[in-house]
Each structure stands twice: as C-alpha cells, then as structure tokens.
Design a protein around this ligand. Structure first.
Ligand code: MLT
Length: 404
C-alpha cells in the first residue's frame, strides 16, 4: 500500500497566495460590478522591456532554423548567460563570483524551495518572522520543521528571528544556533533593508558557527540607499558561508517568463563536501535547464539598452511605492518599507487582525492586499501592499483607502 508523504499533511491551510486568490474569486463572483485593484501578490504589470522582447524574437527564429536550433540546454545554464551574470552583476559590484558558480534556473521561488534538499533532514533552520512562506513550507514538506503548534503558529524545530518595529524589521542573532539561516533582503514581506555592516554580522556569525546562509536577493534592484548591499558577497567571508538566490521576475518583469539563478561559491564547504557539487548533482538529475529563448532574454537584460529599460520600469514601481507610503502615512497609518523594496508594510488600524483588515479593504475599498499573518505569527496586525500595480490603479487604491 502506498504511503503518502505525511509531512504534507502537517501543513496548515493553503499556500498563502492561493488562499488569497480563492477569497478574491469568491468576492468577485458575488460582486461582479466591483472594480478590484490588486496590490496583493508581488506580480509585475509592466510589459517586458523591448530589448528583451527583441532578443526573445531572435531566439525564437533561431529555434526554427536547422543551423541554429537548440535542444536541451546545458543543465547548469548556457555559458553566455553565466558569463554575463558573473561580469555584469557580480563583477560590477566588485564581488568575486565565477561563471561556473552560477546555476541558472526557472526562478528564485523554485530555488528557494529546492535548495534545502542538499542539506540533511536533521538540520535546524532559522527564519525571520514574518517570512516568505516558501522557506518554511518546503522544510515542512521535507520533514525538517518538527510539529506545528496551533497556539503559537510556530514549528517546533524552527528557530524564529522576530522582525518587528522595535528592531526595524531586521533580525538579531539567535540564542540557539541554527544550521541553515534564511535571510531575504530587501525583505519580503516587510520591505526592510539591511546595511552592509548589519549583514556582515550575519556572515561572521555563520562562519563562526559553521552555519549556511541562504540569502534571497530577489529584490536587490529596488535598493535606492547607498549603504545597502545588493549581494551578500559584498561582505567579507561570504564565499565560505552563503548561497545567494536571484530572480529575473522582479528586476526585469519575468514573473510569467520564469528565470532565476543560484550562486554557490566553490569555497562553501560543510562536512568536507563542497555544496556546489551537491547542487550541481541535484540540478543535473532533476532539471533540464531553462529554455534557450528565455536565457537569451535574460542575457538581453544586461545589454546597455536592456539595463536602461529595466531601470525605468523599476523607477516606475518605486514611484508607486512612494505614492503608497506617503498616502498611507497621510491617512494616519503607520507604514514602512517602500524605500529599498517594492513592498509597503502597514500596521492594521485599531485592533483589527490582518485577515479582518484584508476583508475590510476588499469589501469597502475593493483593494486586494496581503494579510501580514500569512507570513507568520510576527506578521499579525500587519498588512502588505505591493508597488507592482499600474500607477493609475495605485493612486486610485490609495485614494480609496484615504476615504475609508
Ligand atoms: C510575493 O508576493 O510575495 C511574491 O510575488 C511571491 C513570489 O515571488 O513567489
């Protein structure tokens, strides 16, 4: 008799964004006349930049010709893209990352969920609270999280790093020692950022303790402040303790195209094993590489034209972020984020819970956001709005919120 993976049964409820989509669908069926504005999931609204589209068209044509057709992609990524990333991303930051330390994939969501596979099941993970739910859920599925407590809404084998207004949503070092530390900066969901000195503390800690940091830098393109690092490899010693996850979704609008990459420096060794070799083995076995057309699209992001165009898109979203942040503040909300990240994190009014505010906003303003408690117990009483909507909708949503 087949036995299911019982770890899946431990997961309470649905995946956060599926739950929201379900609720919104029900609302829309009941209120067909409503003009909903979606500032919930961090999905982009601007079309892909022309330089990228042009590269994709060219690659599509290549696929139709015998001489330039491409079958399976190299499982770790085409060299043209890995070389471009090494030079244009890490070289430009002055970080020592080599092309063969970059693993191209179909996006940071998959990588952030899959990376735990190369670690033993008895490792303890540490996550920020609130946190992007994929980190925790995938460790639950793997049987690494222990048992769930309905009272505390926490997992027995997970170390939680509280991120609250008191610490400006930047975690302090834990008292218990974790093996794997998930950090995401600029942060999803709170929109907070760390300075290079703050991140260096974590790098030093991980090296001292023998821990590994899984650093999700999906939102680095939104950094506007000088002292905020774009990569963990800007910190000294990160090559021996950190894995970095990167995405094309947020920096170039690839949410519907799918492309990302993971960096594992060859100096990152635990238990005498280079983690690079394990991820290469895993990637080779389970993945046949991102499509040629999409990798050419990714390469085009780093041409001069591509960079100018995606920077304009990011500026567009950051203008939305400003509208949201300033609008909320002028309406009397306590709100943060939106300066180095496309997310604004606001305190729900009065004693409303996150889900109560979700319903209230949906019904009274027809605006969809994300309840903070969906990111963990530390998010209760908070709410997330994304800057990825259109400018017009963003302005309208804030006007509606102000009128409440
Ligand atoms: C979010 O809204 O948190 C993100 O868009 C989810 C994701 O990138 O998977």
């Amino acid at each position: 008799m087949v036995k299911v993976n019982e770890n899946f049964l431990k997961l309470p409820g649905n995946y956060l964004f599926s739950e929201i989509a379900k609720k919104v669908k029900i609302f829309q069926e009941k209120h067909r006349e409503s003009n909903l504005i979606r500032l919930g999931i961090g999905d982009v609204t601007l079309p892909i930049a022309p330089a990228v589209i042009e590269a994709m068209h060219k690659a599509v044509d290549e696929m139709g010709q015998k001489e330039s057709f491409h079958g399976y992609a190299p499982d770790l990524g085409y060299e043209f893209l890995r070389n471009t990333i090494a030079k244009k991303v890490y070289g430009a930051l002055g970080c020592e990352i080599f092309a063969d330390e970059i693993f191209v994939s179909d996006g940071a969501k998959s990588d952030s969920g899959n990376i735990q596979e190369i670690f033993g099941v008895d490792n303890r993970i540490a996550v920020c609270d609130p946190v992007y739910p994929v980190y925790v859920d995938t460790n639950v599925m793997a049987g690494r999280a222990g048992e769930y407590s309905k009272e505390t809404e926490q997992w027995s084998n997970v170390i939680y790093l509280p991120c609250s207004a008191e610490n400006h949503f930047v975690p302090e070092l834990p008292k218990e020692t974790p093996d794997l530390i998930y950090l995401c900066f600029p942060n999803n969901p709170t929109g907070s950022a760390v300075t290079k000195d703050q991140l260096q503390v974590w790098v030093d800690y991980a090296n001292k303790m023998g821990s590994v940091i899984i650093y999700d830098a999906a939102y680095e393109a939104y950094i506007t402040e000088e002292n905020v690092p774009h990569s963990i490899y800007e910190c000294e010693g990160a090559r021996t303790c950190a894995i970095e996850l990167r995405s094309f979704s947020k920096n170039a609008g690839f949410t519907g195209v799918r492309l990302g990459y993971t960096v594992i420096p060859k100096d990152l060794v635990r238990g005498g094993v280079a983690l690079h070799s394990l991820w290469a083995r895993r990637h080779g076995t389970k993945y046949n590489g991102a499509p040629y057309i999409i990798q050419r699209a990714g390469e085009a992001v780093y041409t001069d034209e591509g960079q100018a165009q995606v920077k304009e898109q990011i500026a567009y979203y950051m203008r939305n972020a400003k509208v949201i942040l300033e609008g909320l503040k002028s309406a009397g909300f306590s709100a943060t984020g939106g300066v180095n990240a496309p997310y604004i994190w606001l305190k729900t009014p009065g004693s409303m819970t996150s889900w109560e505010f979700f319903d209230y906003l949906l019904e009274k303003a027809n605006v969809v956001g994300t309840p903070g408690s969906g990111f963990g117990p530390g998010g209760e009483g908070y709410f997330r709005l994304t800057a990825f909507g259109t400018y017009e909708n963003t302005v309208e949503a804030i006007e509606r919120i102000k009128r409440l």
